[in-house]
Write a protein that binds this ligand. Structure first.
Ligand code: DAK
Length: 258
């Protein structure tokens, strides 16, 4: 059974969590398949990845509560590690990622969206970290990524109260970058993904690495990371192609990822 599907659309990929009967809840099978599918994404061929959920109701309604309810302490720790390892794999995927949040993004679903570079939401999207109402903490990076994305005060308010928020509030606090009518979400996500895919892929991968690695260190180290990645672009055909075209007042040739 394919709980995770990957569709290639030209230079972009669309990864769908496909378990609509349980609102795409993440059990260990779904998480393992997500890991396997991410391993198949080839940055040479795919320049931007959209992550979404099957059906019209949910992105992902969280980790699977039925499965989690039976876990021992050791199994809970192992489940947390499985999820964290896969979400980190997604977060550090070399190519840009866009979460197209098409409905409930609760618990592990909100955490999945926060492991993507950019979040676009439908007007029907609902975000939240309901874990403390279930007697647990967010376990797939929610305490860490939420605080980094919206600031510690807002993250603590949302996590301590287990309050769900709708798309407009998610937009207002910077958790999502844009909100669209549900029927337009995927087209808008694909438009953004294709726009990204049209830019120099090696430079974009360097930007992603510079932002992600830089945010984890102090500013002196962070600018060194930027300098090194900036320098590495001058070894690429794409840089030469684009700068030569600019100087010759013409459009550059399509980027070759070289
Ligand atoms: N798990 C399992 N099944 C789920 C589910 C979930 N998270 N969410 C929904 N479903 C299932 C429902 O049980 C139902 O199944 P059937 O009864 O039809 O068999 C089906 O999906 C449709 O759901 P509803 O009938 O409930 O649909 P409604 O429209 O009435 O309600 C809802 C939609 C999203 C408001 C509701 O389903 C809901 O509240 N779902 C749970 C949301 C939630 O609390 N999610 C957070 C889960 S906790 C950790 C690792 C991970 C985590 C924490 C720690 N470590 C190991 C440390 C992560 C935790 C979480 O994600």
């Amino acid at each position: 059974m394919a709980f995770v599907e990957l569709e290639k659309k030209g230079l972009i990929g669309v990864l769908t969590i496909n378990r609509p009967e349980a609102l795409n809840a993440l059990n260990d099978q779904v998480i393992s398949q997500l890991s396997e599918v991410l391993d198949t994404v080839d940055p040479g061929e795919t320049r931007c990845l959209i992550v979404t959920g099957a059906g019209s109701k949910a992105f992902v309604a969280g980790a699977d509560i039925a499965q989690m309810s039976k876990l021992t302490k050791e199994e809970g720790t192992a489940f947390g590690k499985l999820g964290n390892d896969v979400f980190r794999k997604l977060e550090t995927l070399p190519i840009p990622t866009i979460a197209a949040v098409n409905g409930f993004a609760l618990g592990g679903g909100c955490e999945l969206s926060m492991s993507c570079d950019i979040r676009l939401a439908s007007e029907t999207a609902v975000f939240g970290q309901p874990e403390v109402g279930l007697g647990i903490t967010p376990g797939f990076g929610g305490t860490q990524r939420m605080a980094r994305l919206v600031g510690p005060g807002k993250a603590k308010e949302l996590i301590y109260t287990a309050r769900n928020i709708k798309a407009p509030e998610a937009l207002a606090i910077g958790l999502v970058q844009a909100v669209y009518p549900a029927e337009e979400l995927m087209a808008e996500a694909e438009k953004m993904a294709n726009r990204i895919a049209g830019n120099a892929p090696i430079a974009i991968r360097a930007c992603k690495k510079a932002i992600n690695d830089g945010l984890q260190t102090d500013m002196d180290k962070a600018v060194e990371i930027e300098e090194e990645l900036f320098g590495s672009c001058f070894d690429t055909a794409d840089q030469k192609n684009a700068m030569t075209a600019f100087l010759e007042k013409r459009k550059h040739d399509p980027f070759e990822n070289k």
